[in-house]
Ligand binder design. Sequence first.
Ligand SMILES: [Zn+2]
Ligand SMILES: [Zn+2]
Length: 73
Amino acid sequence: MFNCVLCDKVYVHKRDLNRHDKTHNGSVISCGICFKTFVQRNNLNIHVQKCHKIAKDTPEFHSAIRIGGAMGI
Ligand SMILES: [Zn+2]
Ligand SMILES: [Zn+2]
């Protein structure tokens, strides 16, 4: 299984992930609290939990996860 590093999508085939990746073209993942940017979504998850003491799956947590670019989240 291939995980998208920018969102929670999972693909069985690498080529499907590659195609999906293009939809994130130019996207940046960043912390909504301190605006630090990350390459991998997972690193941001850990950062928010450790540095800002925010528990996973809370509204605060979701608002701290910022994925810029075409997705507009
Ligand atoms: Zn994705
Ligand atoms: Zn932060």
